[in-house]
Design a protein around this ligand. Structure first.
Ligand code: DGJ
Length: 734
């Protein structure tokens, strides 16, 4: 069993829990007669449990105050496992309430616990899963005797992937209603070791850029109050010790399995103790709990690496591939698709789509995806969202005819929806203006000329589901791109009572989960790709429903190096929607070789986003080779271990990453020379992840090299003539 329970270790330490994965330990103590829950340790695996000295409970101000004289000092310094606000811990709290009388304090102390194998699901929420052979769980019940609030803290240890997950469930065990005004899901208190905080920031077309800032005495937070995880910040934060790089140094990561408002904070306190927290953003959150009612908070994934960021990356990749993504496609090669968005935008019809499909099929492309513009009066992005009936002017003969024709070409068919939205200029809005999220009497802020549907209303959710499902039942549609092109604002629901309006943000996310859950249940073989104006809802919550997510509307091969580097820092390559698009690129205007665009897209799901009938013949002629390249390498890309070797965002010159088979018999490295350098020699690259004892040959080259030489001494990647040039380097065991 990977969770150990020890009792009565000293007068002060009543109990201790030690959670072990294969390489990490996490230790919690129950302290003093009041049974405070303290965080003792997280890091590399320990072979013994005697470490309660780390709680400093005989050293003021860490002494639990029996006479209450210095209780505030204790509460404000003790490393709390799940800190509550209002009673004297002035650091970032994890939970706040408002009682009927308007008071906010909460003091949570240990009551009981349960240790069991396996992992329970979280009601209404996406969460990781695992069977009894690899998972053990610890559930600790804490209670505030004054209000009767009970908190169940759930920890699950994944032995096969070095991950521990955390979540909390709150029960109003009192006699009066109360409001939850803040519920975070995880907290770690540690002594500061000169940490830097790593996070991902961005914008539309620039998602998930890696940032690293020193942890200081002021608070640093990454957050979203946009109703989705967002382009701008990402529900991920890691602390790394100074000097940490891809291969060495300690990293503590938190990743939130949630797709709505979030907040992650870190700060160093007056004693240089660091507190890192993560959970639902408290802004706009106020959840009413009647006596006996419960609230389930989403899950945080905890990861620790003492072999740098690279090991953290590979641990998370394995974890999400094994324990979060459910789709039948998760371990399968996905069909190579061609999407008509950048090819035609709104200007298409059946003939145009069939001509693209015919040409694409001849080149080996396997699926046509019809993007935005096939329904209602959708001739541009100003209208018709919500009117999910086929536009027969564009698609004469209807959808089934088109799908059948595409199927006859030997291709699968996929379709785009934006189910969560309504245009003011739509039949749906004219009929049901109150179905949009809005503040009564106030004109709502439009974004891309659309409003967000109030999916928290049962009739709106059912109507939305049926509209999509009816289309999917009407033809052989094998893929859906689920888009979401605006963030939430003007929070108001015509049906929620005033005292529950503060629940709308979270209820909205729960409704999206329910909708997608219904969809994948009725259509289990549907390949679902989430998308949000590019990659604004690329998060672990969405991965529970779709095995792939559109990374960014920026499809330029060079911009994608940074976006995909940031994404791959925490997500498996198998999840990254990546396509070869036209040049000059529609977003950045850059001209890049077709070959490079193909090599970069190969690191994701791979597909095309261009008018294959119009691109230069020389590019078109390369497609069959790219198709073959995808089929040759996708198993390795999807299932292998990812290694970052050089980063263009750091060196501004070249990029290099690789994927190595788990058995180390094969590896594929991608080298992109972003800027050519005249009069320059070849570049020495030290590969990573190989077996030092194995001999490898490099495809297309003479000679055999040992893994040891290639990793320590290096390989020479030839200088190429020109900018934006790339090469694949394929190694096979000799
Ligand atoms: C945003 C998506 O990211 C694009 O790929 C495309 O589907 C458009 N929306 C369509 O409106």
């Amino acid at each position: 069993m990977s969770i150990q329970y020890y009792q009565n270790l000293s007068d002060e330490v009543r109990a201790l829990f030690k959670l072990d994965t294969s390489d990490t330990s996490y230790v919690i103590g129950v302290v003093d007669e009041e049974q405070f829950l303290g965080h003792i340790y997280y890091g590399q695996r320990l072979n013994d449990h005697r470490l309660t000295h780390l709680l400093r409970i005989k050293e003021p101000p860490f002494v639990p105050s029996k006479n209450n004289r210095d209780r505030c000092s204790f509460l404000d310094s003790f490393p709390m496992e799940y800190p509550a606000g209002g009673l004297g811990d002035y650091r970032e709290s994890c939970i706040s309430i408002e009682t009927k009388g308007g008071n906010m304090g909460l003091g949570l102390c240990y009551v009981s616990h349960r240790i069991f194998t396996g992992k329970p699901s979280l009601s209404g929420l996406p969460a990781s899963f695992g069977n009894q052979d690899v998972c053990s769980s610890l559930e600790i019940l804490c209670e505030d005797p004054h209000t009767g609030v009970k908190v169940w803290m759930l920890y699950t240890v994944f032995e096969d992937v070095d991950i521990i997950t955390r979540s909390v469930k709150i029960l109003n065990g009192g006699k009066e209603e109360l409001y939850l005004t803040k519920v975070f899901s995880a907290c770690i208190d540690m002594d500061n070791r000169d940490f830097d905080a790593v996070s991902l920031h961005g914008s539309w077309a620039r998602e998930r850029q890696i940032q690293s800032v020193p942890v200081s005495h002021g608070k640093f937070s990454v957050e979203s109050v946009r109703g989705e995880s967002s382009h701008q910040d990402h529900p991920f934060m890691a602390l790394k010790t100074k000097g940490t790089d891809q291969d060495q140094g300690e990293v503590y990561g938190m990743h939130f399995v949630y797709s709505g408002n979030f907040k992650a904070t870190v700060h160093s306190d007056q004693f240089d103790q660091v507190r890192m927290t993560m959970g639902i953003h408290p802004e706009g959150f106020r959840w009413k709990l009647l006596p006996g009612e419960e609230f389930q908070a989403p899950e945080v994934v905890l990861v620790y690496s003492r072999e740098g960021l690279g090991k953290m990356t590979r641990t998370l990749h394995d974890f999400y591939r094994k324990h979060l993504i459910r789709s039948v496609y998760k371990d399968q090669k996905r069909p190579i698709l061609i999407n008509n968005w950048e090819a035609t935008y709104f200007d298409f019809n059946t003939d145009k789509l069939i001509s693209i499909a015919r040409q694409a099929a001849e080149l080996g492309i396997e699926m046509l995806v019809m993007d935005d513009g096939w329904f209602g009066d959708r001739y541009d992005d100003n209208r018709a969202l919500g009117d999910w009936r086929v536009n027969e002017e564009k698609l004469p003969g209807g959808l089934k005819y088109l799908v059948d024709e595409v199927n006859k070409l030997g291709m699968k068919f996929g379709i785009w929806f934006e189910p969560e939205m309504v245009s003011p200029d739509s039949d749906l809005y004219r009929e049901h203006p109150d179905w949009a999220i809005a503040i009564p009497g106030r004109t709502g802020s439009l974004s891309r000329n659309q409003y967000v549907l109030d999916l928290t209303r049962r009739e709106v959710m059912d109507h939305t589901y049926e509209s999509i499902a009816k289309i999917l039942r009407s033809a052989n549609i094998e893929y859906v791109k689920w888009d979401m092109n605006r963030q939430l604002s003007d929070l108001g629901s015509a049906k929620l009572p005033a005292e529950r309006m503060g629940e709308l943000y979270h209820r909205y996310v729960l409704a999206v989960y329910e909708l997608q859950g219904r969809l994948v249940e009725e259509f289990p073989y549907l390949l679902l790709e989430n998308c949000s104006g590019g990659g604004a809802r690329f998060d672990p919550g969405m991965l529970y429903y779709s095995p792939q997510i559109w990374c960014s509307d920026d499809t330029d091969g060079i911009e994608r190096l940074k976006i995909q580097e940031g994404t791959a820092l925490i997500y498996p390559l198998s999840t990254m929607g990546a396509h070869v698009s036209d040049s000059p690129n529609h977003t950045v205007g850059r001209v890049t070789p077709f070959e490079t665009r193909g090599h970069v897209a190969l690191a994701g799901t791979f597909g095309y986003e261009l008018d294959v009938t119009k691109i230069p013949a020389a590019d078109r002629e390369m497609i069959p080779d790219q198709v073959a390249m995808y089929h040759k390498y996708n198993d390795l890309v999807r299932e292998g271990d990812y290694y970052r070797i050089a980063s263009y965002s750091e060196n501004h010159s070249y990029d290099c990453y690789g994927v190595v088979a788990k058995d180390k018999t094969e590896a594929l490295y991608t080298f992109v020379q972003v800027l050519g350098r005249p009069n320059y020699h070849s570049r020495k690259i030290c590969f990573k992840g190989l077996d030092p004892e194995k001999l490898y040959k490099i495809e297309g080259e003479e000679g055999v090299y040992s893994g040891d030489v290639l990793m320590k001494a290096g390989y020479l990647a030839p200088n190429m003539q020109g900018d934006f040039k790339s090469r694949l380097i394929h190694l096979l065991e000799d």
